[in-house]
Ligand binder design. Sequence first.
Ligand code: UT7
Length: 320
Amino acid sequence: MTTRIIGIGACVPDTIVTNNDLTAFLDTNDEWIRERTGIGERRVSTEMGTTALAVEAAKRAMEDAGVSPEELDFVILATSSGDNSFPSAASEVQGIIGALNAVAFDISAACSGFIFGLHIAQGFFASGIYKKGLVIGAETLSKVVDWSDRSNCILFGDGAGAAVVSAEETGLIHMLMGTDGRKSKVLDCVGRTLGNCLTGFKPEMGFMKMDGKEVFKFAVRKVPEIVNQILDESGLAKDDIDYFVLHQANMRIIESAVKRLDIPMEKVPTNIERYANTSAASIPILLDEMKKDGKLHRGDKLILAGFGAGLTWGATLIEW
Ligand code: UT7
């Protein structure tokens, strides 16, 4: 048995923050941000936390799939910006939507998280343990970026996307994933620092820090590499693929991948202009838009590919 996405849903906060809005407190401008990143605006949450966004995306995905919460065997939620250290956001989502037969847990793989989640589901389905579940990517990165760091905060947005996955005969065709922990410091956000009865009670929380150039160099090499690898290993050609759904991190990274892979831009949907980088949520939010736009048809072949902090990367070849 393999993983088929049978329902997709997304939820983004209502509030739009444009590049021009940022100039009120940041030394930046719309032209720089658009040219360097392709981003025009992002959603920033003032009321809904990561769990609330995930709940809404999950409900929409279940409605799309025609699946009730009781039918779910697992809820896997990928996030780097959960509302709590514990319990997991997945546990909260499970309780709120009433998926009481499901085991629920979070995974931390940054922007690769949704893809890693699909691969964990694949393990469950291939081994016959479970039959149905939710894989969610949800983030409120607006609370972890440093809003005084102009080379960082302009890149990110809040949102959630969710997929109902089911064990079926066709679906996931091939997958790969990887990590290089030696590069863990190029993009990080430290948790509470040590603060206890011996050191004094002063735990602090960090903000996201990023060596943008390092991440950029890594991404422009890694994205085409993993797309080519998954094609080689599955014996398919670029022309067999209907869509390349790439993590929405920076339009220049996407364009560079398109050039290196020599694939038509029409096969590479993007929405970074409107949502910026929503990390683990970017791929399912994009899939949801594609479905609503009537772009996805049963049998279409898609490569999903992402990279992120860790450093992590992953790619999945699926049949829709
Ligand atoms: O999911 C993974 C997440 N991370 C990424 O995907 C990030 C990958 N990296 C990038 O997207 C790019 O490296 C950035 C967009 C972050 C930065 O672009 P860059 O072309 O590498 O710019 P830079 O850092 O080399 O900065 C060039 C100049 C600097 O000024 P000086 O030193 O040349 O005078 C920066 O201070 O641009 C300046 N700058 C800005 N100017 C206006 C940096 N940020 C801004 C800004 N507005 N927001």
